[in-house]
Ligand binder design. Structure first.
Ligand SMILES: Cc1ncc(COP(=O)(O)O)c(C=O)c1O
Length: 367
């Protein structure tokens, strides 16, 4: 059914954009499409989590300050609780940053698509600076774009999704020093896989925001992320944060996870890091593929335009789900753009990686 006269009420930018859509084949044997940690929590941890959640008073609103989680995160990162803002995943933090510092945003492309979606939702301009053919950042061109457009916010995913590339971390700090009237966001969603962070330099940069999430280390279902910054930035973000954005269950589960599950998830993330080079090498050994170096829990592979989409479908038919960037409908990633011909593959368990490679071997043999 059409919107009828309501269509006039929808901003032009939204009319032309598409919603974030995740295709789900009926039967999934290996889910390698969303950069999640591939391991389920051990049963003992899940039982203890269940007991902790049973204590949550659901008849009450959540603690709007999320004090328990705040104190734990602050202690674990050696910062003060005043430097933290919590979001329903970092997606919500990105939207909050766009609302709070409402002005043009600037980021390299291709990158995490939600920067663009958040700017469209807020009706603010997005300035996109192309990466080079190997998805490296042209620092001089990037700096020129900032000087020319004077954005309110610069988003740098360090490492980048969907390419896995890790640009020079110090560049974010240099930008923060040179552009004091711009919020520089170091989006460290994949820090567990790159071991690189701008955190030790936070005190030197009042305009630097470090963004983290629990999603990539075994808690994507929770939807908990946080920013670390100078308290003055937190004060602005707090003005646009929905007061109860973290439910009581989110808070209790996040607190439990930070207290009890952190060693488990760090050890599992280390397994993924150890498995990444072999997966990348095995993918590179397939006929006519180009594999990009990754510092995240993903590997971007170029199979070629048209070919990648066919391979994606073949994998999906066999229950192996990876992310397809080789089709016109990918939000934020236009047909024929730099990701044409590419599939993004999350590093899975040893069994999932083996299954993926076996199916890819069959599919590429029968092309
Ligand atoms: C670079 C980057 N930032 C942020 C996010 C969003 O994470 P969350 O699950 O916390 O919303 C993702 C998710 O894929 C990501 O790749």
């Amino acid at each position: 059914m059409s919107l009828g006269p309501l269509l006039e009420r929808v901003p032009q930018a939204l009319r032309g954009s598409s919603a974030y859509h995740v295709p789900q084949p009926p039967q999934i044997r290996a889910k390698l499409d969303a950069n999640e940690l591939p391991y389920a929590w051990p049963i003992e941890l899940r039982m203890a989590l269940g007991a902790a959640l049973a204590e949550v008073p659901l008849e009450r609103y959540p603690d709007p300050r999320a004090k328990v989680v705040r104190d734990l995160v602050a202690a674990q990162h050696g910062i003060s609780g005043e430097q933290l803002v919590f979001g329903n995943g970092s997606d919500e933090l990105i939207a909050m940053l766009c609302a709070a510092f409402a002005g043009p945003i600037l980021y390299p492309v291709p990158t995490f698509v939600y920067y663009k979606l958040a700017s469209i939702a807020r009706g603010i301009p997005a300035i996109e600076v192309p990466l080079d053919r190997n998805f490296e950042l042209d620092e001089a061109a990037f700096e020129r774009a900032i000087t020319e457009h004077r954005p309110s916010i610069v988003f740098l995913a360090l490492p980048n999704n969907p390419t896995g590339t890790l640009w020079r971390m110090d560049f974010a700090l240099e930008l923060a020093a040179r552009h004091r009237d711009t919020v520089i966001v170091s989006d460290e969603a994949y820090v567990a896989y790159s071991d690189q962070t701008a955190l030790p330099h936070l005190a030197e940069h009042p305009n630097l925001v470090i963004m983290r999430t629990l999603s990539k280390v075994g808690m994507a279902g929770l939807r908990v992320g946080f920013t670390i910054s100078a308290p003055a930035i937190c004060d602005v973000l707090e003005k646009v944060r929905p007061p109860y954005n973290l439910s009581s269950l989110d808070q209790a589960a996040a607190a439990f996870a930070l207290r009890e599950a952190a060693p488990w998830s760090l050890a599992r993330a280390a397994e993924v890091v150890a498995a990444r080079p072999k997966l990348a090498a095995d993918l590179a050994a397939l006929p006519s593929t180009e594999v990009f170096a990754s510092a995240a829990n993903l590997v971007l592979v170029r199979f070629g335009a048209g070919r990648a989409a066919k391979i994606w479908q073949g994998l999906a038919d066999r229950g192996v789900v990876v992310r397809n960037f080789d089709h016109p409908g990918a939000p934020g990633h236009p047909a024929g753009g730099p990701l044409a011909g590419c599939l993004r593959i999350t590093v899975g368990t040893a069994a999932e990686n083996a299954l993926l490679l076996a199916e890819l071997a069959t599919l590429t043999k029968t092309e």
